[in-house]
Write a protein that binds this ligand. Structure first.
Ligand code: BES
Ligand code: MN
Ligand code: ZN
Length: 516
């Protein structure tokens, strides 16, 4: 992990390779862009000509834009990187009018740090108000800067000419580097980003290298190494335990299914949370085989499990007073003589019988078992996250996760996601959608028998609801789109796994620690 430190040295005098300052877009009268708070001393060293020079270099201050400038001795750092923050906000910022949002800061810090790849030490002097808003601004800047150094190691056998290494060290400029709250924010950011990086690494790993047994072993080793209690059920234990859904999907592969349970039980906790993550290490669709185009992205079908497992490890460093147990069903959805088929009736964990109509709806099969198992431990809240449906991507796109479940809990998830820059939006679970999944022969069909794709994100939620213990508040977070970024790097998103909704889960656990 890239080290992060705080400094209260004047930004103009910081001994670093590059100093990052913020640049607001011109506010309409054809004027030049405006340097953001934090850049004062650097601007002064340029005798008031910095904004003008940046404008001559083409800088406009639009979000994500990075303009670099050689300082030739005016300030200590040899390079200035001015990162666009958009117009000066009139409201809704970090604390009060004039301050940009934490998400703007998080993205800007990441864009600047990524564009400075090749540099050693980079300092950021971005705008942060005094008071409470300063802490959240600092958290966002630190998280963004560290996420901007993330890169998947990959599998290339030769070094790539011209490929610059990520920035080696990050310094964040603050008013008082000795301030306890500021230090805590920097430390928290380092823990959170290490967790996101671990989840991204798992997601980006080639699917022949990460199959249920090896994924389970890696997760178990990481969790046990962090001091957590871990239990792994192999295929024999799954059979003995009656985990019909996990077995139905998982037995089609030579790499047999697993179920990992991880427990974080701090002293003095009064609330208990269950976290469930979908761990399909590869989803071919099974006999309802997927088209070849883009199928490779189904290596990311374990993003939910990766995010939850990494969340658990982060908890050991953040130490919230909430008991959290993770339940991670892992399977590979393949085609073979032992694979499940349409028409099969599966007896799930807990005894409900499901008629399989589409082997590509495998996520809900393994999740249903996990949901019933989690319910037995009587948690106060249950959060489940999965790359469940293409319908989520159609309805909400690649940025916004779909939320289904208990309306109040969904609202808490939405609000937490909003605070950390992982937007999610509540969706209904209408009775007619559930009715459409009535089975002729079993308790429920896995999907609507007409194979009607209308509202099929909701079918996923309606199915899962059947397995939630009566009265237990639950939320299902469909991350099919937001879990994986197929485009070029942007903001703090690199190509590949994003780690969503890990930061939301940590925020939720903090929220539960504070408010019950
Ligand atoms: N893993 C997929 C969902 C998915 C699609 C994730 C696109 C990420 C990007 C899931 O297992 C699946 O195949 N869902 C089906 C459900 C259908 C058969 C009811 C789908 O979305 O088509
Ligand atoms: Mn599928
Ligand atoms: Zn899937």
């Amino acid at each position: 992990m890239t080290p992060i430190s705080l400094s209260d040295t004047d930004p103009a005098e910081l001994a670093v390779d590059a100093i990052v300052v913020g640049l607001h877009a011109a506010d309409g009268d054809g004027g030049r862009p405006l340097l953001a708070p934090g850049a004062e001393s650097v601007a002064a060293a340029f005798e008031g000509k910095l904004a003008e020079t940046l404008a001559l270099l083409g800088a406009t201050g639009s979000p994500g834009e990075v303009t670099k400038l050689a300082t030739l001795g005016t300030v200590s750092a040899p390079v200035i990187a001015a990162v666009g923050l958009g117009p000066v906000p009139s409201d809704g910022g970090v604390e009060s009018p004039g301050w940009v949002t934490t998400e703007t800061l998080r993205r800007a810090a990441a864009s600047a740090v990524r564009s400075l790849a090749g540099a050693g030490k980079v300092a950021l002097a971005l705008p942060a108000p005094d008071g409470d808003g300063g802490a959240s601004a600092l958290r966002a800047i630190a998280e963004g800067a560290l996420l901007g150094t993330y890169r998947f190691a990959g599998y290339k056998t030769k070094p790539q000419p011209g490929r610059r290494n990520p920035v080696k060290a990050v310094v964040v400029h603050v008013a008082d580097a000795g301030d306890k709250a500021a230090k805590a924010e920097a430390k928290r950011a380092a823990v959170v980003v290490a967790a996101v990086a671990r989840a991204r690494d798992w997601i980006n790993t080639a699917p022949n290298d990460l199959r249920p047994p090896s994924f389970a072993a890696e997760v178990a080793a990481a969790a046990a190494g962090a001091g957590l209690e871990v239990e792994v059920l192999d295929e024999k234990a799954l059979k003995k335990g009656g985990f019909g859904g996990i077995l139905a999907v998982g037995m089609g592969s030579e790499a047999l299914p697993r179920f990992v349970k991880i427990t974080y039980a701090p002293k003095g906790a009064t609330k208990k949370v269950a976290l469930i993550g979908k761990g399909i290490t590869f989803d071919t669709g099974g006999y309802a085989v997927k088209p070849a185009q883009g199928m490779w992205e189904m290596k990311s079908d374990m993003s939910g499990a990766a995010a939850v497992a990494s969340t658990m490890i982060a908890l050991t460093a953040l130490k919230p007073k909430v008991a959290v147990t993770a339940y991670l069903p892992m399977a590979e959805n393949m085609i073979s003589g032992t694979a499940y088929r349409p028409g099969d009736v599966i007896t799930m964990y807990g005894g409900k019988r499901v008629e399989v109509l589409n082997t590509d709806a495998e996520g809900r099969m393994i999740l249903a078992d996990a949901i019933v198992r989690a319910g037995e431990d009587e948690p106060d809240y249950l959060f489940e996250t999965s790359t469940l449906t293409g319908g989520q991507v159609i309805a909400l796109g690649k940025r916004i996760s779909g939320l289904m479940g208990d309306p109040e809990l969904c609202e808490r998830v939405r609000a937490a996601g909003d605070r950390v820059g992982e937007p999610a939006w509540p969706m209904p679970l209408p009775d007619d959608v559930r009715k459409g999944m009535d089975s002729d022969v079993a308790d429920i069909s896995q999907v609507n028998a007409s194979m009607d794709r209308a509202g099929h994100m909701l079918q996923g939620g309606a199915f899962l609801r059947e397995f939630v213990t009566e009265g237990l508040p639950w939320a299902h977070i469909d991350i099919a789109g937001p879990s994986y970024h197929s485009g070029e790097p942007t903001g703090y998103w690199s190509k590949g796994g994003t780690g969503v909704p890990l930061r939301t889960l940590l925020e939720l656990i903090d929220d539960i620690a504070a408010n019950g």
